[in-house]
Write a protein that binds this ligand. Structure first.
Ligand code: ADP
Length: 463
């Protein structure tokens, strides 16, 4: 079964010269598109440049947003595609591409069902910043969504023998004289090779780890750390630009508000921690924002503090609802204490101030009214169950909203807005869906919705 499965990459010697579809990248978008393409009768191959698979998807924690699902109804949540659309549109500064957003929201519920039909069951719900309803679907165990999804997809792909090559970097996209895609050039074990395929799916992720692209588009962000894996260097964007593809909204880069960065490694502290009830306090021990505002706003509020960092404060009740907290604790990121006053002392906060903050917050939860900041979500439980916990957080570069211009069929468009025949893209490599701020839980949903679409449209193209 998937839980016990250990992924092994395909042997380099088995790399063939010809496939129906080359999929570049082994994150959520690449794995989903491969599964969909194979099930529609194509012969796909996945090429991954890193030694490990899963990309940034592997690091996703909170969940997969979707509306009108049976899982929601079972919890008494009557949701609609229209509300999901509107809240994402508002959260994205109304800069989202309406065609993509419409396709995305109206196919989200089906994506949950599709995963379920493959044994990938996301039947617990949480909420992320900027959403009014619980839409973030996650496994019953409350385990982080990314690794759960990737491991299950790898197992499924292994069952149907879809080859996945690691340490294989795509260096060029090839077109024929008529302008149609005909394959890719790769570098593998120091050698250059050409792989022919009439369709290519770019699933290469974003550029949150590329100093070069940051310098070009957002030099003001160069000092920030990043939550991204080192391979998130925007290769797909550069490869496609070389053959005339159009990019958009490249300067729209998301800073995630809650990243632990006191160790050499950065750890993103998932939004589910706030979604399940955590609050943020400053160095005085006082709340300063609606913790479940959009990432953009919460990041700005933290950056505006003199210390440009904050503490996430929560209790055992929250910890019980977010499995990832055990992982954060195992990395030494969580300060714990038997009482709020002991916690305050450990954080060098004034214990009476922190006690007062908690008292006010618990009153807000009880009366369902956050007089100070108007928070309305993530208020299911008071912070009152010992032990108490804190994580020191600050904003870091997290997600690149901009990227390749695609249409709702996941076809990549050129500078003039025409389709580049045979070239598809899905996931973070694309731009437009999220506007100027991605909502938590929407990137995993994007990889599944548009990964499926890219696989389907490649099949239509090759029929
Ligand atoms: P998404 O969430 O959109 O699926 P991820 O970041 O999870 O994106 O995955 C993208 C994957 O693509 C990463 O594993 C990354 O290493 C891989 N990748 C990026 N550029 C290339 C390239 N030039 N050749 C092969 N793989 C690449």
């Amino acid at each position: 079964m998937a839980e016990k499965f250990k992924f092994t990459p395909s042997a380099p010697s088995s790399l063939q010269e010809q496939y129906d579809v080359v999929i570049i990248g082994s994150g959520g978008a690449g794995l989903v598109s491969a599964l969909q393409a194979r099930e529609l009768g194509l012969r796909p191959v996945i090429l991954e440049k890193m030694p490990t698979v899963g990309g940034n998807t592997m690091r996703a924690s909170s969940g997969m947003n979707a509306a009108e699902t049976n899982i929601q109804l079972r919890e008494g949540i009557v949701d609609s595609f229209a509300e999901f659309y509107q809240e994402t549109y508002q959260g994205g500064g109304r800069l989202n591409d309406p065609e993509l957003l419409n396709y995305f929201t109206t196919h989200s519920g089906q994506a949950i069902d599709w995963l379920r039909s493959h044994g990938i069951i996301l039947n617990d719900l949480t909420i992320t910043g900027g959403m009014k309803k619980k839409r973030a679907h996650r496994p019953k165990s409350t385990a982080p969504i990314g690794a759960f999804l990737v491991n299950n997809l790898l197992w499924l792909l292994d069952q149907i023998k879809v080859p996945i090559f690691t340490q294989t970097t795509v260096t060029e996209l090839l077109k024929d004289d008529a302008g149609k895609i005909r394959g890719v050039n790769v570098q593998v074990a120091g050698e250059h090779k050409t792989i022919f395929a009439p369709a290519v799916i770019l699933a290469t992720g974003g550029f949150g780890a590329s100093k070069q692209l940051l310098k070009r588009y957002r030099p003001d962000l160069l000092a920030y750390k990043t939550t991204n894996q080192v391979g998130a260097t925007g290769d797909g964007i550069i490869l496609a630009e070389h053959i005339g593809a159009q990019v958009l909204q490249m300067e729209m880069i998301q800073i995630h508000p809650t990243v632990q960065q006191d160790t050499p490694h950065t750890y993103l502290i998932g939004e589910a921690v706030r979604g399940e009830g955590a609050i943020l306090v400053d160095q005085q021990g006082v709340r300063f924002t609606n913790e479940l505002g959009t990432r953009k706003i919460v990041s700005e509020q933290i950056t505006a503090l003199p210390e440009q960092a904050a503490y996430l404060i929560f209790d055992y009740g929250v910890k019980e609802r977010v499995k990832a907290i055990d992982f954060y604790a195992s990395k030494g990121l969580v300060v714990s204490a038997a009482t709020p006053s002991e916690l305050a002392k450990k954080l060098q906060l004034d214990p009476t101030v922190l006690a007062d903050t908690l008292l006010q917050w618990n009153t807000a939860v009880e009366t369902k009214k956050d007089v100070k900041f108007g928070r309305t979500t993530g208020m299911q439980r008071k912070l009152e169950k010992a032990p108490y916990y804190a994580i020191h957080v600050a904003p870091a570069i997290h997600y690149t909203m901009g990227g390749l211009h695609i249409n709702e069929k996941a076809q990549v468009l050129d500078q003039a807005g025409n389709i580049i025949a045979g070239l598809f893209a899905a996931g973070e490599v694309t731009g437009g869906l999220h506007g100027n701020n991605r909502i938590g839980g929407n990137s995993i949903a994007e990889t599944v919705v548009f990964g499926r679409q890219a696989g389907q449209q490649a099949a239509v193209y090759l029929a």
